[in-house]
Write a protein that binds this ligand. Structure first.
Ligand code: NAD
Length: 316
């Protein structure tokens, strides 16, 4: 029960206080906007769990729609024909704009929006307030686990919002993830946990790149370095997963853009400054990711190793 220091309530306990059908009916229709690296496989898992799903993506819906989902025409179409809309969009600005379009839609049916995107606490709070004023419940529900986790249906869902709604969403959250944490009642709390998680992941990726290059300089093979670290005290998500599976293989295909990781770390640092908590390491890590993005704007985030390796070559 103490997996999270905020007011974490296991979702199955919340569910016990809900109607047997979890607040949904056979006629419940779900919408999904944003069928990118994360959204498309999440949709496939929602359909596989038996949910009726209508989807939309601004870059072209039909080619991104998993089998079994209905191709929607527009955001307004989803607002008029679904009960709950899930979002998986690049950032808070886009989530805000999409929610504005939902509010403008004629014949609105949707009564709940669940945002799987990483937007930051401020954006989530503002969006929740705007939707709430128009009678739409907002659940802030960023995810962790990468594209591999989205495909496998093993994402961690970090949710904040009304407990009854989070409980009613447990079947959907189970379909996309292995772990759901209800960290608080207020949209934005989940974003805070998601941002601090990604700051740690970004730090691990950048620090492991520097550490591995140091070992290689002494003529030690990269796989030997990782094998040693991974049964020692320096083990982390980059050394255990990203390096062996995406860097050593040369595939650099984690499915998470450097642009998105840089956005997350910048959002983290911005919110640390608002909160007034220590920022020394955050500032250094954010600067490191900004430099990687300038150098490699279209890259996968695991390519920060290449960026840092390039710098070490120019020093020779
Ligand atoms: P992505 O860029 O692959 O997908 C975003 C999708 O949103 C795209 O298909 C785009 O066309 C669509 N879109 C953009 N604007 C739109 C609009 N106005 N209307 C409709 N559709 C629109 O990004 P992603 O990697 O799938 O990430 C989505 C979110 O999940 C981001 O907030 C990201 O930070 C977060 N996230 C990503 C990962 C990862 O590993 N990729 C992991 C955890 C969380």
């Amino acid at each position: 029960l103490s997996r999270c220091s905020l007011s974490y309530t296991p979702v199955n306990m919340l569910a016990e206080n809900q109607p047997a059908n979890g607040g949904t009916t056979l006629n419940t229709v779900y919408g999904f906007i944003g069928l990118g690296n994360m959204g498309a496989p999440m949709c496939a898992n929602l359909v596989a769990a038996g949910m009726s799903l209508r989807v939309f993506d601004a870059a072209g819906t039909a080619e991104r729609t998993p089998q079994g989902a209905v191709v929607g025409d527009s955001i307004a179409d989803l607002a008029a024909n679904t009960d709950t809309i899930f979002l998986s969009l690049p950032d808070g600005k886009v989530t805000h704009a999409v929610c504005e379009e939902v509010l403008l839609a004629a014949d609105r049916r949707v009564s709940r929006i669940v945002d799987f995107s990483t937007t930051g606490p401020e954006a989530a709070g503002a969006i929740g307030a705007k939707l709430g004023a128009a009678g739409i419940t907002f659940v802030d529900a960023p995810v962790s686990g990468g594209r591999a986790g989205a495909v496998a249906g093993s994402l961690t869902v970090i949710a904040s919002g009304p407990g009854g709604d989070v409980a009613q969403l447990s079947a959907a959250f189970d379909a996309v993830g292995g772990n759901t944490f209800h960290v608080g009642a207020v949209p934005g709390q989940a974003q805070a946990v998601k941002l601090l998680n990604n700051f740690l992941s970004a730090t691990a990726m950048a620090a492991t790149s520097e550490a591995v290059l140091f070992g290689q300089k002494f003529g030690v093979d990269i796989s030997t370095i990782l094998d040693c670290v991974n049964v020692s005290s320096g083990r982390n998500t980059a050394s255990a997963d990203k390096f062996p599976n995406r860097v050593v293989t040369g595939s650099y295909d984690a499915g998470f853009a450097t642009a998105l990781m840089t956005k997350d770390v910048a959002l983290y640092l911005e919110q640390v400054r608002v909160a007034g908590t220590p920022e020394n390491i955050g500032a250094v890590v954010s600067a490191r990711w900004n430099a990687a993005l300038t150098d490699m704007p279209e890259s996968d985030f695991t390519e920060i190793y290449r960026h840092i390796a390039g710098e070490s070559k120019t020093r020779e």
